[in-house]
Ligand binder design. Structure first.
Ligand SMILES: C[S@@+](CC[C@H](N)C(=O)[O-])C[C@H]1O[C@@H](n2cnc3c(N)ncnc32)[C@H](O)[C@@H]1O
Length: 346
């Protein structure tokens, strides 16, 4: 198929999706959304709008094009997408996803940096469409972020694997008594701090902690810290020189939830989420929290891909530590890590 023909197909589909999403977007005041989600199998792209800007991510797919040709074709698609939305093609940023290892997915990909802002739920978020594969705001969690904003008033909020702190900003904007944002990456914590700053939310009750989540949770328990609302959205897999061992969500989610449960105050709530497509909630957890899965409600209307993540709203006092700890030891004895290509976040 020639590029111009596929560019036209893409533009038509984007224009159609935009017409469909328009009333919902205006009603909900949504400025950052996914307008194309691999709708056409021959065009494996994701197109997201951030205010007046556009972000295109293409997936690795089999063809005989050189890197230069692939980039030129992506440029052509990117222009078509911008025109279909009445946006300036210069404000469209296109990136090709290559196979990634570990934390490499989160590294810089271009030398020219272009940062801007987008509004979500009345709050401002810094985004970087030019030099990171991930924009700084994962749109699939918009609905859950809004729920956190609505329910955070006077709560002590803990955001684990906080990335650029979007959940924490929503919590603080919703009147949280305090927020604690934990991530391994100094760079992402800086962006979280900047997100608080751009909303005038900085203050002594909002802290940013660079640490490995599992080790930090042990310390928090010892220090007697307790939280009313915890967001826990770990990566599928991560390894770092800073941690004693790799993190593998399938293997480690029982240990993680057990550690989280220990720092949750009575009557508290945990949002637990994963993007690992092959994720299976551990058999010991299924009867305890299986019914608290909120996935269908947590996936926003602009996501055609209803398997983008799974999410649980866990609202019980988890006096389950012994069960969880025992189960964690059994899993570690048997576990096989996921294959590299199963780990990708779309
Ligand atoms: C999937 S993102 C989290 C997305 C975030 N919850 C959001 O919705 O914006 C994964 C984050 O986990 C961080 N991370 C990976 N391994 C970690 C670890 N062992 N301890 C703390 N943070 C870690 C990465 O730096 C990255 O920011």
């Amino acid at each position: 198929m020639d590029w111009l023909r596929t560019a036209e197909m893409l533009a038509n589909r984007i224009a159609k999706n935009e017409r469909k999403l328009g009333p919902w977007r205006r009603r909900e005041h949504i400025h950052a959304y996914r307008v194309y989600d691999r709708d056409i199998p021959e065009l494996p792209l994701v197109v997201e709008v951030f205010g007046q800007e556009l972000h295109l991510g293409s997936f690795a797919f089999e063809d005989r094009l050189s890197d230069e040709e692939s980039d030129a074709r992506l440029e052509c698609w990117s222009e078509a997408a911008a025109r279909a939305l009445g946006l300036d093609p210069e404000a469209a940023y296109a990136k090709r996803r290559r196979r990634q290892k570990g934390l490499a997915q989160y590294e810089r990909v271009a030398s020219e940096s272009h940062g801007s802002e987008v509004v979500e739920g009345g709050l401002r978020f810094g985004i970087n469409l030019s030099d990171y594969l991930d924009t700084g705001l994962f749109l699939d969690h918009r609905t859950t972020r809004m729920e956190v904003q609505r329910s955070a008033s006077r709560q002590r909020v803990l955001n684990l694997f906080c990335y650029t702190g979007a959940f924490s900003v929503h919590a603080a904007g919703g009147g949280a008594a305090s927020t604690t944002s934990v991530d391994l990456s100094r760079n992402y914590l800086t962006r979280a701090y900047e997100n608080f700053e751009r909303n005038g939310l900085l203050g002594p009750n909002h802290r940013f902690v660079q640490a490995d989540v599992l080790s930090w949770l042990d310390g928090a328990l010892e220090r007697g810290e307790r939280y009313d609302l915890v967001v826990c959205d770990p990566p599928t897999f991560s390894n770092s020189k800073r941690t004693e061992s790799d993190f593998v969500v399938q293997r480690d989610h029982v240990a993680l939830l057990a550690a989280v449960a220990r720092v949750v105050a009575p009557g508290g709530r945990i949002y637990f989420s994963t993007n690992f497509r092959k994720f299976e909630l551990d058999a010991a957890l299924e009867p305890l929290i299986g019914r608290q899965e909120m996935t269908p409600d947590s996936i926003p209307a602009d996501f055609r891909d209803r398997r983008i993540h799974r999410c649980w709203r866990i609202e019980q006092d988890l006096f389950l530590r012994e069960i969880l700890d025992k189960r964690d030891r059994e899993i570690r004895a048997q576990f096989r890590p996921p294959e590299r290509d199963e780990r990708r976040r779309p």
